[in-house]
Design a protein around this ligand. Structure first.
Ligand code: LCS
Length: 393
């Protein structure tokens, strides 16, 4: 079925659609590591590229292809590369686009390991990285050097909720001949389409909203053009970062309700954000849907909604925040985000623990920052839970 000109909600359900000899309505799990060739010539043709038949699941698999094609269409991209995790999506992109002597400019408050792997691992191969507050594009321009190859932004950023202007970054990238990569995990293609705004590559931890049910870890990369797609697929295949067919099946199933879930997550988050903003125990709050957010106007321009991630500080700082996290009953004290359930965590000691204290402060990840991923439960119950926990903090 050609879904190119259909709406987002229709694409979510039907794009990447799949036909098999039995007329399966759901996408079957092709739980096989390898595929039979009819004869030696067919095997040789598959390897030479003369045939696009399947060879081996690390290289490609029918279940995984459905997911790749579906998300590529949702992001208005050329094609997708599914990966074992969000981090392997990121490392495949780094591996494909960076080389010895090259330099990357990245959002300072990027997901901790996306920064750590550059600082601790890619640095061993003479890849240089600078991390700046990308919400001020002047910081990006100042950080660009003769050897800069990639501009990497995460918007909204984890966990500061800082928003970066994708269109402005695309202009900078074009001018300086850089590849613009956007981590779209927090927004999802339902709320933000970086490729339409000029990005070259978009990636996700599908562990989060795309799957939405806290039952798998996975990632995906979508590119605007064929040449980048081929480079990134090569890196994924050669490093062995492939998704598993069963994992892909679960993501395909979770993805079907992306629009419904994101709508409800967001509707709840707006109410929770307003509740927190006026609560006497709250010291500060960052949610792009509140006028108090520094990039409130930009968020309205480049996103069709403000999502369901909230960062805030409790009066009394870290100790008060800890008490809050220890006192919630309905919200789950756990890392990860973007699921049907409300999750709460402390980035400075958890997701971003490996970032040095100095770099955390520079990136705006203060010790008192509590991160909330608002779920799809009844919002009155979420608010009542936070209220009783705040009373104890
Ligand atoms: N990108 C973003 C924005 C993320 O938040 C994460 C994980 C990743 C990439 C990596 O994806 P993964 O390999 O975990 O699928 N973020 C996490 C978080 O905030 N809590 O736990 C994981």
């Amino acid at each position: 079925m050609n879904t190119k000109n259909l709406g987002f909600n229709t694409k979510v359900i039907h794009s990447g659609s799949f036909e098999d000899q039995f007329g399966s309505a759901a996408v079957p799990i092709y739980q096989t590591s390898t595929f039979k060739f009819k004869n030696a010539q067919e095997g040789a043709d598959c390897f030479s590229g003369a045939s696009d038949g399947y060879i081996y699941t690390r290289i490609g698999n029918p279940t995984i292809r459905v997911l790749e094609k579906n998300v590529a269409e949702l992001e208005n991209g050329f094609d997708g590369v599914a990966t074992s995790s969000g981090m392997s999506a990121i490392t495949s992109v780094y591996m494909a686009l960076l080389g010895s002597g090259s330099h990357i400019v990245s959002t300072a408050s990027v997901y901790g390991p996306a920064r750590g792997v550059l600082e601790k691992d890619f640095s061993r191969f003479d890849v240089e990285a600078d991390f700046v507050s990308t919400s001020d594009v002047n910081n990006i321009i100042s950080a660009i050097k003769a050897n800069t190859k990639v501009l990497y932004i995460e918007t909204p950023a984890n966990p500061t909720m800082e928003i970066t202007d994708i269109k402005a970054c695309a202009e900078i990238a074009r001018k300086h001949n850089l590849i613009l990569v956007v981590d779209n995990t927090f927004a999802t293609p339902y709320l933000q389409k970086p490729l339409d705004l000029g990005a070259d590559v978009v990636l996700h931890s599908v562990t989060k909203f795309i799957n939405g049910h806290a039952d798998i870890v996975g990632g995906i990369v979508v590119t605007k053009e064929k040449s980048l797609y081929e480079k990134i697929r090569h890196a994924m295949v050669y490093m062995g970062c492939n998704m598993d067919p069963h994992q892909a099946f679960l993501v395909i199933r979770g993805l079907k309700t992306l629009a419904l879930r994101v709508e409800r997550n967001q509707e709840n988050a707006v109410k929770v954000a307003h509740f927190l903003e006026t609560h006497p125990k709250i010291a500060w709050i960052k949610y792009p849907g509140l006028e108090s957010h520094p990039q409130f106007e930009l968020a309205k321009q480049q996103m069709s909604g403000t999502g369901s991630m909230i960062s805030f500080g409790v009066k009394g700082g870290l100790e008060a925040g800890r008490k809050l996290m220890d006192s919630v009953h309905l919200a789950t004290l756990a890392v990860s985000l973007g699921g049907v359930e409300t999750l709460i965590q402390h980035p400075a000691s958890m997701t971003h623990a490996a970032v040095s204290k100095e770099d955390k402060l520079k990136a705006g990840i203060s010790d008192d920052l509590v991160r909330l991923s608002v779920g799809i439960e009844d919002v009155n119950d979420i608010i009542a839970d936070l209220n009783q926990a705040l009373e104890k903090s």
